[in-house]
Design a binder for this molecule. Structure first.
Ligand SMILES: Nc1nc2c(ncn2[C@@H]2O[C@H](COP(=O)(O)OP(=O)(O)OP(=O)(O)O)[C@@H](O)[C@H]2O)c(=O)[nH]1
Ligand SMILES: [Mg+2]
Length: 608
């Protein structure tokens, strides 16, 4: 059967997964009466909940007797590190661009990768149904982007379609005809070359890794040469040619619609998953035993952010979750690293702790969220940016990101001020239509931890920020962290409304009446710079009935709501976030006030 391999790439939310829905539907991949959820490829719980794609996934459809393997990629920068690898697995790419938003940082990133590996992308201007769509202007911007990225002449001559994945059509003109995806299917057959294959025995480059509960480790890639059947002997080479393991492929799976089917044989050019090789991973070559040279593969991007995952040792430990021991946490983290190349897990210098390094706050946040749903309790540190040493001078260097912020004009001033406080450097400012401006900065990752929340507050929820790793630069010096101190509970017990009410002029609370607290737990923010200890337990005993907020004699201001992401960004280096299936609590690392003071003094002495 004839074959095409194509990836869909775009900035986050520009509609890749929605487009795949339509391609599946309109190619007849679903049965007549099959009920299919929206964004069907976003199959795991957190993907569904957050409405984003986290893992790249493959599907295939048949159009006019040609099988098209389609790879849906994540648009969010934290998960985008694999895009280049995926583009090496396909012979064509569909670049989706939102007809209103135009090209954004991740568009630039994925297009530059596609051009670099020599693909001739198809451009699809999506969401032309939006009332603020400006399809022709955006098509022009895409052309400028290609030109700025030094596209070859034949890459610059890209075909463009306009349409709406939501409405299920693509056409050569933004006016339609608004009928179906047929124009896109036909363009893929015409414009994307059939896969190139090499002679010789079986070779396949591991490109996507996943841990399957039944089959164990599954490695997905495109077969470069030869063929593979279940039970065939195979070996695994790393990208330098060292032997990793020898064994047998136990299963060969092909992608069919939303399912995966075991097949009897897969041949060169096809994208399949193989099971049975427990050591194989991304960037490894899986091959016949006689092969000695690995396929070319790029190294895996290094992580940029790290956190310490410790056991939960607060006085409330083990009251809300059932997975609390360090051994259980350690095993769970190692298992996670099995199926996720972007994570690096290592032993920590601290007791009962592991270092977990990844690509960004969202990636690490999602891991923590997944674990708490599985019943784990943890305490985690503030994310730390991973620095690098200049190989020649030995000077400290730190990751810098390109930040694009779209914001209403009136808030541009405050955004510029805040980012310059965070050592960001503005490189561009231009109107982006409708009274909004687009600001572009280079800023250190370190200064951006927790900025998202602040930006939303500063712009009354109107700003949109996009970030992208830019490169390493000399360390920018100190960045002022949180400016306020915190209110710390002096004792263990349940918070009382009356006590909270009395403390209101000290600063906003993070807890509500009836919540359990303990000595050393953070219960609120101090309006001043220093931390103070407060008693949230004492006060007039109110009867049960009167503790309901509406019957309360005292009216409390709504507390600050600490979500996991907010909490991680909020805490200082001597603080931790306690995570359990039911609660997110903030605490001092050292709970005992005397020990804490001793430690502070010890540090002061060290610094002098
Ligand atoms: N108006 C409009 N909305 C669309 C269209 N296509 C997708 N959307 C919406 O855009 C949002 C994001 O769509 P997704 O398909 O999840 O986007 P994505 O590119 O896969 O996002 P990531 O995988 O997270 O990068 C959803 O709310 C879709 O309903 C379209 O053609 N028109
Ligand atoms: Mg998606």
């Amino acid at each position: 059967m004839k074959l095409r391999n194509v990836a869909i790439i775009a900035h986050v939310d520009h509609g890749k997964t929605t487009l795949v829905d339509r391609l599946l539907q309109q190619s007849g991949a679903f049965r007549e009466n099959q009920r299919v959820a929206e964004r069907a490829m976003d199959s795991n719980d957190l993907e569904r909940e957050r409405g984003i794609t986290i893992l790249a996934k493959v599907t295939s459809v048949v159009w006019k007797d040609v099988r098209i393997n389609i790879v849906d990629t994540p648009g969010h920068a934290d998960f985008g590190g694999e895009v280049e690898r995926i583009l090496n697995m396909v012979d064509g790419a569909i670049v989706l661009v939102d007809a209103a938003e135009g090209p954004l940082p991740q568009t630039k990133f994925v297009v530059s990768k596609a051009l670099k590996v020599g693909l001739k992308p198809i451009v699809a201007i999506n969401k032309v149904d939006r009332s603020d769509a400006r399809p022709l202007v955006v098509a022009g911007e895409v052309f400028d982007l290609f030109a700025a990225l030094d596209a070859h002449e034949d890459q610059l001559d890209f075909p463009v379609l306009y349409g709406s994945a939501k409405e299920g059509w693509m056409a050569a003109s933004a006016e339609g005809p608004k009928i179906s995806m047929a124009p896109l299917f036909d363009l893929v057959l015409a414009h994307v070359a059939p896969p190139q294959v090499e002679d010789g025995p079986f070779r396949m480059l591991g490109t996507i890794l996943e841990a399957n509960p039944y089959l164990g480790r599954l490695v997905t890639g495109r077969i470069t040469a030869g063929s593979i059947k279940p039970n065939q002997p195979a070996k695994v080479l790393d990208r330098h040619g060292a032997l990793i393991e020898q064994g047998r492929v136990s299963k060969v799976l092909a992608f069919r619609g939303l399912e995966r089917q075991p097949i009897e044989e897969a041949v060169a050019g096809d994208i399949v998953s193989v099971a049975g090789l427990p050591e194989a991973t991304v960037s490894h070559t899986i091959c016949a035993p006689e092969v000695t040279t690995p396929l070319p593969a790029q190294p895996i991007d290094p992580p940029t952010l790290s956190m310490t995952f410790r056991i939960n040792d607060s006085p409330l430990a083990g009251t809300e979750g059932d997975k609390v021991q360090s051994r259980v946490i350690r095993e769970r983290l190692l298992r996670e690293a099995e199926g996720n190349v972007a994570l690096r897990i290592s032993e920590s210098l601290e007791k009962d702790a592991m270092e977990v390094a990844g690509r960004g706050e969202l990636q690490l946040g999602i891991l923590i969220e997944t674990m708490r749903r599985e019943g784990y309790e943890l305490s985690v540190s503030r994310p730390r940016v991973l620095f690098e040493r200049d190989p020649e001078t030995g000077a400290l260097r730190e990751p810098i990101e390109e930040i694009v912020i779209d914001v209403d004009e009136e808030f541009a001033g405050i955004v510029v001020q805040r980012l310059s406080e965070r050592k960001g450097e503005m490189v561009e400012m231009r109107p982006s239509g409708g009274g909004r401006v687009r600001l572009v900065f280079y800023a250190p990752t370190r200064g951006l931890i927790g900025y998202q929340g602040e930006l939303l507050t500063d712009s009354r929820g109107t700003a949109v920020m996009n970030r992208l790793f830019h490169g390493y630069a000399p360390h920018k010096g100190d960045i002022q962290g949180r400016r306020t101190g915190v209110l710390i509970s002096t004792d263990h017990g349940e918070a009382v409304a009356y006590a909270l009410w009395h403390l209101e002029d000290r600063g906003p609370m993070m807890i509500e009446p009836g919540w359990k607290v303990y000595r050393g737990m953070i219960v609120g923010e101090h309006t001043r710079e220093n931390d103070i200890e407060v008693n949230v337990l004492k006060g007039k005993k109110l009867t049960n009935i009167r503790t309901h907020a509406k019957d309360e004699a005292v009216r409390l201001t709504t507390p600050m709501r600490m979500t996991l992401e907010k909490a991680l960004a909020y805490i200082a280096d001597d603080e931790l976030v306690e995570v359990t299936p039911k609660s997110i609590r903030l605490r001092k690392r050292i709970l005992d006030p005397n020990d804490r003071k001793k430690e502070e003094r010890r540090r002061e002495v060290e610094e002098v």
